[in-house]
Write a protein that binds this ligand. Structure first.
Ligand SMILES: Cc1cc2nc3c(=O)[nH]c(=O)nc-3n(C[C@H](O)[C@H](O)[C@H](O)COP(=O)(O)OP(=O)(O)OC[C@H]3O[C@@H](n4cnc5c(N)ncnc54)[C@H](O)[C@@H]3O)c2cc1C
Length: 294
């Protein structure tokens, strides 16, 4: 179906959007359109009705709420980069947003769209999973909060039902002495999806790693939580040799495929390198130091 034949609906607030979505069961939601319109143009998906969220102001803010950061689904990658709440509390999310595409795409691409597209190479999910983010999924009658680590079911598949909207993302403030980082490798500087990416989080206590989390991107059908590697790091004193050892484990936890952007071998090598870099940066941030560890 041509774009000109599609019926557009532009609800002015969240309640109206949920109502329209409840009535038009087969409708597609559009946020920034940087994924959806490409898919329609390429004939990958059909849409008779499209509900645009662009007029819904309630979904556009980033604010502190109940010991968490609440991010509206319509917040763009560029909004994340400019937010002082994000840069002061979870810099890695701004790093991930900065690595998305190009300025033009970042100005349209929303966090809600990035998560809902469920593309394995997407940049925002790995950091948000390490940060233990949750998402609110709302329909006319009810709302539920789902951990982001349980949100993705497969490539382009999530637990969000057709009558539900992803409304907000909640990110708990990281505890003291915590550092989170994101490292991505792509084939070009701009407009390139990750060949592989790694997000890591370290919380230090008495000079040791109290808790660690590592999430790998673009090396599985969904973001991969490298649980064995994270467990291996916990309770140990951080050092370059420890991070090297951890990176060899992380490499084995990814389940990449070979495609146009890279082979299985290449992606595994990347995971090893990016894990060391991500852990170094997370440690640097956890220590609040201005110098990186040698
Ligand atoms: C040239 C180019 C380069 C790109 N580079 C990158 C990159 O480097 N990194 C990266 O991560 N991505 C990249 N992308 C992909 C894309 O820009 C992002 O995934 C973007 O964040 C999608 O957001 P959107 O608002 O445009 O989503 P849309 O296209 O509007 O929607 C995407 C999907 O999510 C659904 N959806 C949107 N919002 C909601 C909601 N609130 N509730 C439920 N469902 C919803 C839509 O129905 C649709 O299925 C690139 C895209 C292009 C075209």
């Amino acid at each position: 179906m041509a774009l000109s034949e599609i019926r557009f609906h532009t609800p002015k607030n969240l309640a109206e959007a949920l109502e329209v979505l409840g009535e038009l069961k087969e409708a597609r939601i559009v946020a920034g359109g940087t994924d959806l319109y490409v898919d329609i143009k390429q004939g990958l998906i059909e849409a008779r009705d499209i509900i645009s969220l662009h007029k819904i102001e309630e979904l556009k803010g980033i604010e502190k709420k109940d010991k968490k950061i609440r991010i509206g689904a319509m917040v763009t990658a560029q909004d994340i980069i400019s937010s002082s709440i994000i840069s002061q509390n979870i810099t890695a999310l701004a790093d991930a947003a900065q690595s998305v595409a190009s300025y033009q795409i970042r100005s349209m691409a929303t966090i809600g769209g990035n998560l809902s597209s469920a593309v394995p190479s997407a940049d925002l999910p790995p950091v948000l999973i390490t940060a233990e983010a949750t998402v609110e999924l709302r329909c006319t009658e009810s709302s539920r909060e789902v951990s982001l680590s349980e949100f993705f079911r497969g490539p382009r598949e999530t637990v969000c039902k057709t009558e539900e909207l992803l409304t907000f993302i909640f990110v708990p403030f990281p505890p003291p002495n915590t550092g989170i980082s994101y490292q991505k490798f792509a084939l070009r500087e701009a407009n390139a999806l990750a060949v592989a990416s790694v997000a890591s989080r370290l919380t230090l206590k008495d000079g040791k790693i109290d808790r660690a989390a590592i999430v790998l991107g673009a090396v599985g059908p969904t973001p991969v939580e490298a649980l064995k590697t994270s467990e291996f790091l916990s309770g140990k004193e951080p050092s370059y040799s420890l991070f090297k050892e951890a990176s060899l484990m992380a490499k084995e936890e990814g389940k990449p495929i070979s495609d146009i952007r890279g082979s299985v071998w290449y992606r595994k090598e990347l995971i090893q390198i990016l894990t060391v870099r991500a852990l170094n940066l997370a440690l640097f941030r956890a220590q609040g130091k201005s110098k990186r560890m040698e």
